[in-house]
Design a protein around this ligand. Structure first.
Ligand code: NA7
Length: 537
């Protein structure tokens, strides 16, 4: 019909990272015409942008790649248990080549606005260059941690040396050889950066506001023989990821912390501390993130490790979190991070004690000292989960702005996939979805959305909007799940706090904190029931 022919595409996908790439592939299988708009010059999303030194997976490589293609699994060789960013980016480029994805992806195309039109039941998408593109469906594949934030510190623009945000790292290598380098931020990114930069920098000064509880990554190479064994185990690996709480290979131990003897407990924690990956966070006793006493005991255990590893005890104390327990924020995984502070070229500045007053043309001025630097690295994180939505002018029915809706009513979604008032918009790993080992969640999310579109296609339906009561029920459920979690008492990106962003100073529940299997079960129920929670027309 006329309307259809005026429409440019069946679907527009925003972002060509892990979720956008897979969604493109799945919609092609439905015979849909699809355009992907990507701000970067290449595919890969997170792994395209985060090129900072030391960037790598904290999930086991073979649990993180796509699982949908046996051929892909059979031909790809991960060379490390925790893949470094350059290899991951090569992998994602390989996927783009293998499935001929690039012909439907338009690079250097930042989406600035997306407006829904009820008259045509379609989305009008505007790019930075002012061009307009229309599609029946809008699929956001913008990532939960993709909108970088600079700290609110005066003078940043005045700095005369080189400065970089970790998530906007240049494509050319940066040399630290003999340079005076500053790193601001000690989250998962800062920790990876610091331990790498410390290897070559003339001097490295770390500006830490809040220490985090880090645990050993214990990365290792994978040779051909081991990769063959891993390939043989792929079905088992993905089955395991499907069964665990957060899609990691690790899942909580069914025992409670106080159900075992102190000796057994200590032995278990020693074992976890000596094992690669997230085991100590994700595979610990079931109550460490809900029972205050259990959490305090575990925190003591990890504090002892830090004291053993850092020679200067005054520095060790600064590196031990005092105001939050182990695992209540994202646990950075590290490789000799604590030992970095034993190096003569590295120093730690506690900016809770002596806050940064300003960035100067030559360095950083705190309340009690002035430091000179050649390079300042901002590892200051992201406007998480909602940030990349907020940066696009998304308007639904009657011009309602998504950002305003979420600010006024609080976050509301159905399954993290749809928002009432925003018909034909589907979010991949949006707010209120199970995150965890993200590619696993992405594959499920993409397949579920594809299922809805398939269902609509079969029935000639052109409009899908979650019912307000479905969104309310789901949101209430998500809020109830977060109740009692120690992490909800702590400021972090996981609780919606980022004081570098206007209005993000009140804690909120932006994540789904239930188990991934429970999330999928609810999604399956909705699909099996014929999507009654959505108004389809
Ligand atoms: P995070 O975890 O949000 O860490 C940001 C760091 O930057 C953190 O240490 C902050 O201190 C610090 N920060 C932020 N603003 C400032 C200002 N204004 N002054 C000083 N220090 C500041 O981001 P990441 O990139 O490390 O990791 C995000 C996620 O990406 C990570 O969890 C992985 O899942 C992947 P604060 O703690 O707020 O005191």
């Amino acid at each position: 019909d006329n309307e259809e022919s005026r429409m440019n595409y069946d679907a527009i996908i925003v972002g060509a990272g892990i979720s956008g790439m897979y969604q493109l592939l799945k919609l092609r299988e439905l015979g849909m015409t699809v355009r992907v708009f990507e701000a970067g010059t290449g595919v890969g999303g997170t792994w395209y942008w985060n090129r900072y030194p030391g960037a790598r997976f904290d999930s086991e490589s073979y649990s993180y790649g796509y699982s949908f293609s046996k051929e892909l699994l059979d031909e790809w060789h991960w060379t490390e248990h925790f893949s470094p960013q350059p290899e991951t980016l090569r992998y994602l480029n390989h996927v783009a080549d293998k499935f001929d994805l690039r012909r439907d992806i338009q690079f250097k195309s930042k989406v600035t606005a997306a407006h829904y039109s009820e008259a045509t039941r379609s989305w009008d998408v505007t790019l930075e260059d002012g061009s307009h593109h229309t599609a029946r469906f809008l699929i956001t594949a913008v990532g939960p941690l993709s909108a970088p934030t600079m700290p609110k510190i005066p003078g940043i623009e005045s700095f005369g040396g080189e400065s970089y945000h970790t998530a906007r790292w240049p494509h050319e290598p940066v040399s630290f050889e003999g340079k005076r380098v500053a790193v601001i931020g000690t989250g998962a990114t800062g920790v990876q950066t610091i331990q790498e930069v410390a290897k070559t920098a003339g001097t490295l000064t770390v500006f830490q506001r809040t220490p985090n509880w880090c645990a050993p990554l214990l990365n290792a190479k994978i040779d051909e023989a081991e990769m063959s064994r891993i390939r043989a185990r792929y079905p088992e690996i993905f089955e395991r990821c499907e069964a665990t709480y957060a899609c990691f290979l690790h899942t909580p131990d069914p025992r409670g912390t106080f159900e075992v003897s102190p000796e057994e407990r200590e032995a278990f924690w020693e074992k976890l501390y000596a094992e690669p990956g997230f085991g100590i966070w994700q595979g610990n006793f079931r109550d460490i993130l809900t029972d205050r006493k259990a959490n305090a005991l575990l925190s003591d255990f990890v504090a002892r490790k830090i004291r053993q590893r850092v020679k200067n005890q005054a520095v060790a104390e600064k590196l031990i979190p005092k105001n939050h327990g182990f695992g209540t924020r994202r646990v950075p995984l590290e490789t000799k991070y604590y030992e970095v502070y034993n190096q003569p070229n590295v120093s730690l500045v506690d900016i809770k004690e002596t806050p940064i007053e300003r960035i100067t043309p030559t360095g950083i001025k705190t309340t009690n000292a002035e430091y000179e630097f050649d390079i300042i690295i901002y590892a200051t994180g992201f406007d998480a989960i909602t940030g990349s939505f907020d940066r696009i002018d998304i308007r639904g029915v009657d011009g309602l702005k998504l950002k305003d809706k979420w600010r006024q009513d609080g976050l509301q979604t159905f399954l993290g996939v749809q928002v009432a008032g925003f018909p034909n918009m589907f979010m991949l790993v949006g707010p209120h979805t199970a995150l965890g080992n993200i590619p696993r969640s992405i594959e499920y999310n993409v397949e579920w959305v594809t299922g809805v579109l398939h269902y609509m296609k079969d029935r000639g339906l052109t409009r899908a909007e979650c019912r307000p009561e479905s969104a309310k029920d789901w949101t209430d459920h998500v809020l109830a799940l977060a109740d009692g979690l120690l992490s909800m008492e702590i400021d972090s990106w996981m609780t919606g706090i980022n004081r570098n962003v206007e209005g993000k100073d009140v804690r909120s529940v932006a994540r789904y904190t239930g188990s991934a299997p429970a999330y999928r079960a609810r999604c399956e129920e909705v699909a099996a029931g014929g999507y009654r929670e959505l108004a389809l027309g």
